[in-house]
Design a protein around this ligand. Structure first.
Ligand code: 4AD
Ligand code: MG
Length: 484
């Protein structure tokens, strides 16, 4: 028994070969039938040659075991093929009603059948990419001495303070409106006595764990009740987060992000999965005749090379605003929202920065955002910014921007001084919202530390060149959609 990927790389002839897989396509002729068999181990299929009567019960989608000999092929499209002596149908297929048809089907339609979608070879490839990237990350963090940890899904606070938490109702609360917002009064009987939420970030718990083993990371489910209906937002996604102690230099945190992505991209560049992603990109372009899909295989490879090269530009928020304003003033860019220091970066601004700073060859770090735009837990930058004659307090933080997807990761130094943290919490109105334990961390051996969070599904989008995060997650959930 051999998987399709291994069989295709085997160029010596062999008898008694068993191939398990699914029929990808079928061509019946008078004296012979050609069946393409795939098993998800590669984009490619094995060509199997059958007697027409043996192929009578087969259709695209059926699960089979084919036994035969692996022989040099007379055809020009493949070097070898399986001359089949025995066919076993392991899972019959209702060809007429199968929602997956062997023809082009739009991404929108395929999102309505997420339970079947992964069987499309290009989607199976995304599952393998995801798995490979996790392996690369695990290897990287192990090498760097980070401990992989698990943080809770059910929490008592809203880490980001953005009011985008999903509230967990007790059985008694049947109506969604009976669930409270953070800080609200319980009016229904709650399983945990007071309202609890699905986590919006592992960060606060990760900070607690970092103080035990110095460097920690986690890759965990994250939930946001954001109504953003965009190709970048999901209601349930995976966030990769890391936290490191004994640093008061934001560059140390950015270096972890950079080295981590350099490692992931380098692994990808030298892998079979990488080669297949480029092939899939070429096929996707050919299928759409480049109309809807403008990213070529060469562009995708350049993207990985840009990541793998590291040393990405780092600019401050104030500088970013100046660049945007200059571009708008000399008409080299047109924005729906005028860039201004106070209003913050819109997605269109982030997109422009990622495409123009450092010639758009890789990501760009934007640092030192105005503190008012950021959550309570960030340390102030060492120097404040002056803009238009006004002084602004800035946070020791960064966002990592990439073309098209905009924000891929964000991080900061954390306020580790108890008094300063209390003041920041008061200023942001989050004091007394179940974060006493977090403040407690500042009383007992609190050390300067920092960390970051990276949208893992966005990373998979960026690496695969797939334009919508809903198409790289097997069972995507977004506002109004959670069917299966
Ligand atoms: O920028 P965010 O909100 O940062 C935090 O939550 C920090 N507490 C993380 C930390 O420092 N440990 O989220 C981090 C990243 C974003 O940069 C983005 O890539 C991704 O998570 N993200 C989403 N991905 C998909 N769908 C959404 N709705 C997302 N919201 C954030
Ligand atoms: Mg952010």
């Amino acid at each position: 028994r051999v998987d399709v990927a291994r069989l295709l790389s085997q160029l010596t002839e062999a008898d008694g070969v068993d191939v398990y897989g699914w029929v990808r396509s079928l061509r019946r002729q008078k004296k012979v039938a050609f069946v393409a068999i795939g098993d998800g181990s590669t984009l490619e299929s094995v060509q199997a040659v059958l007697k027409p009567e043996d192929a009578a019960q087969l259709s695209t989608g059926a699960a089979v075991r084919l036994t035969g000999s692996w022989q040099a092929s007379k055809g020009s499209k493949q070097s070898h093929e399986l001359q089949v002596t025995q066919v076993a149908i392991l899972g019959a297929n209702d060809a007429e009603h199968n929602p997956l048809q062997p023809k082009y089907q739009t991404p929108e339609y395929l999102r309505t059948i997420p339970h079947l979608r992964p069987r499309i070879p290009a989607n199976a490839l995304l599952l393998r990419l995801r798995s490979q990237v996790i392996a690369s990350l695990t290897h990287f963090f192990n090498q760097q001495g980070f401990v992989q940890t698990h943080t809770p899904i059910i929490t008592s606070s809203d880490c980001e303070g953005a009011g985008e938490v999903f509230t967990i109702c007790s059985n008694a609360a049947k109506e969604p409106e009976q669930c409270e917002k953070p800080g609200g009064q319980a009016q229904v009987e709650h399983f945990f006595r007071t309202p609890k939420y699905l986590t919006v970030s592992a960060q606060l718990h990760l900070e607690a764990l970092a103080q035990a083993v110095e460097k920690v990371w986690t890759l965990s489910p994250t939930f946001r009740a954001e109504r953003s209906d965009t190709p970048r937002h999901l209601s349930e996604f995976y966030m990769l987060e890391a936290e490191l102690c004994f640093t008061n230099d934001l560059s140390d945190v950015m270096a972890v992000v950079e080295n981590m992505l350099v490692a992931v991209a380098s692994d990808l560049l030298s892998s079979h999965t990488g080669a297949e992603l480029l092939k899939a990109r070429e096929a996707s372009q050919a299928e759409h005749e480049s109309t809807t899909d403008s990213l070529t295989a060469a562009d995708l490879k350049a993207r990985w090379t840009g990541l793998a090269s590291g040393a990405w530009p780092r600019i401050t928020y104030a500088h970013a605003i100046t660049l945007l304003q200059t571009a708008a003033a000399d008409s080299s860019a047109t924005f729906a929202f005028e860039p201004s220091y106070e209003t913050g970066l819109q997605a269109e601004h982030e997109r422009w920065l990622a495409a123009h700073v450092g010639e758009g060859k890789g990501p760009v770090f934007v640092t030192d955002y105005p503190a008012v735009q950021k959550p309570f837990y960030m340390s102030p930058s060492s120097a404040s910014e002056s803009n238009g004659g006004k002084e602004y307090n800035t946070a020791a933080c960064f966002d990592l921007l990439v073309p098209e997807l905009c924000e891929l990761a964000g991080g900061s130094l954390r306020e580790h001084r108890g008094d300063e943290l209390r003041k920041a919490m008061e200023a942001k109105g989050v004091e007394g919202s179940g974060l006493e334990w977090y403040q407690d961390l500042r009383k007992y051996g609190s050390v300067p530390h920092g960390g970051f969070g990276l949208g893992f599904d966005r990373l998979i989008c960026y690496l695969s060149g797939v334009g919508n995060v809903r198409d790289v997650v097997a069972f995507p959930r977004w506002v109004g959609r959670c069917e299966c």
